[in-house]
Design a protein. Structure first.
Length: 18
């Protein structure tokens, strides 16, 4: 589950930067 959390966090971060 940790991988999923990290993936979700990264996706959100990229979205915020865009």
């Amino acid at each position: 589950m940790e991988d999923y959390t990290f993936y979700s966090f990264q996706m959100q971060l990229m979205n915020s930067i865009s």
